[in-house]
Design a protein around this ligand. Structure first.
Ligand code: SAM
Length: 399
């Protein structure tokens, strides 16, 4: 698929959630940039040797970079700059947002400048940048960062649109919200995908109920796939091209007290509601440190924090079934993010969780990619990388 599709460069590619979605939409993923060795290994495993492993800030000349990697032009730049710096601001700060934007001087908040630098130098027909919705509240110097980036991109010839999309409306079993900035310089309107699903159309159980039973601390990276039930439509989609094996169905180990607490919790149950003798943390601060998934609802957002612990993703086991108390496996987290089972995660097990949580759900990326296709396929007279007419100046700290 996608032999003659638009050529894509994926910046901050991570494991490749966006790459995969765009590939499924018919694009050719020709080049990617990723610093983290394990995320790079995963991208490399699933897309062939097209990912450059290194720090994007050290790529001095983006045009020379793509040429060095065999590309005469790039039609689309997609990018997911790190968003830890824009992690959800606390309630107090949210209140103060009414008085003005927040500027937090975290160097990770400057990665969007790298995306701007690449777009300005390479001048693709169109681009898509993804981030957390809270990026909208941050300022770079005296202006909201999003407004500043938009003005810059408009200044170099792009029509720019922004929105927040809900992954569950595109068939992802998760209520994830993400900010997107889309732009093109082919004179066409930017088009966002129409929702394809209702709010609750794919539930946790429709997504993972077929996966083989495992206990906590299950560390086999490769096992036979024998489904526990007749496959749902979503499970059939996830098994497409997956063969007879199942990868990454690994789980964390837990102590006896936590396992007992997991068994006791009802679906949707939270840490704060546990009997006191199961509590190791302050329950006024960590009210939902533990959370048991609900079978009949989509999951809440699978965050990169799942790389540190999985307590917010307790498997919805039910009493009287052979299902054991545990947190979800990497494969189950990947299913909740709409990564098909043929997509294999590499690197240490905790890093695999992180890669899953960091990703744009492939089904959401695919929907956006499909909507962008008419623009991405437009012919441009000046295709190859032309230099930016002006340089973007970030506030304090720069890149
Ligand atoms: C939010 S994740 C991107 C997820 C990706 N778009 C996906 O859909 O799977 C951000 C990625 O940027 C990478 N990164 C952080 N700093 C970087 C740098 N200086 N150069 C290149 N990549 C970097 C991180 O390792 C991480 O994988």
């Amino acid at each position: 698929m996608g032999q003659d599709g638009p050529v894509v460069l994926d910046l901050f590619s991570g494991a490749g959630g966006m790459s995969l979605g765009f590939q499924m939409a018919g694009y050719q993923i020709k080049l990617a940039v990723e610093k983290d060795i394990h995320a790079w290994q995963t991208h490399d495993h699933n897309f062939g040797e097209i990912c450059y492993q290194g720090d994007i800030r050290e790529i001095e000349d983006p045009v020379a970079f793509i040429i060095r990697h065999g590309l005469a032009h790039v039609d689309v730049i997609i990018a997911g700059p790190p968003c830890q710096g824009f992690s959800r601001v606390g309630r107090g700060k949210m209140r103060s947002l009414q008085e003005g934007p927040v500027y937090i001087d975290d160097p990770r908040n400057k990665y969007y400048c790298e995306f701007l630098r690449f777009v300005a130098a390479i001048k693709p027909a169109c681009f898509l940048m993804e981030n957390v919705p809270d990026i909208r509240y941050y300022a770079d110097g005296d202006r909201l960062l999003v407004d500043k980036a938009k003005a810059y991109l408009e200044g170099i010839g792009y029509a720019v649109s922004t929105t927040v999309l809900h992954a569950n409306l595109y068939g992802v079993p998760q209520t994830r919200r993400r900010f997107f900035m889309m732009g093109n310089r082919v004179g066409k309107p930017n088009v966002w995908p129409e929702p394809t699903n209702d709010n609750f159309s794919v539930s946790v159980w429709q997504a993972i109920s077929d996966l083989p039973l495992v206990t906590h601390n299950h560390r086999e990276d490769e096992m036979q796939y024998s489904p526990r039930n007749e496959l749902t439509e979503y499970q059939q989609l996830m098994r497409d091209d997956a063969g007879t094996l199942l990868y990454n169905h690994q789980t964390r180990g837990h102590n006896d007290s936590d396992l007992a607490a997991f068994s006791l919790m009802p679906e949707g149950g939270k840490y704060v509601d546990l009997p006191d003798h199961y509590k190791r943390y302050r329950d006024d601060i960590f009210r939902d440190k533990y959370r048991k998934l609900c079978r009949e609802l989509p999951s809440w957002t699978v965050e990169a924090h799942i790389g540190k612990d999985s307590y917010r993703y307790i498997y919805p086991s039910r009493p009287g079934t052979p299902e054991s108390a545990r947190t979800i496996s990497v494969r189950e987290a990947a299913r909740l993010q709409s990564f098909p089972d043929r997509f294999r995660f590499r690197g240490p097990f905790t890093q695999q969780f992180r890669q899953v949580g960091n990703a744009v759900p492939p089904l959401l990326a695919k929907a956006i990619g499909v909507a962008m296709l008419p623009v991405a396929k437009s012919e441009l007279k000046d295709r190859a990388g032309c230099q930016a007419p002006q340089t973007f100046v970030a506030a304090a700290g720069d890149r």
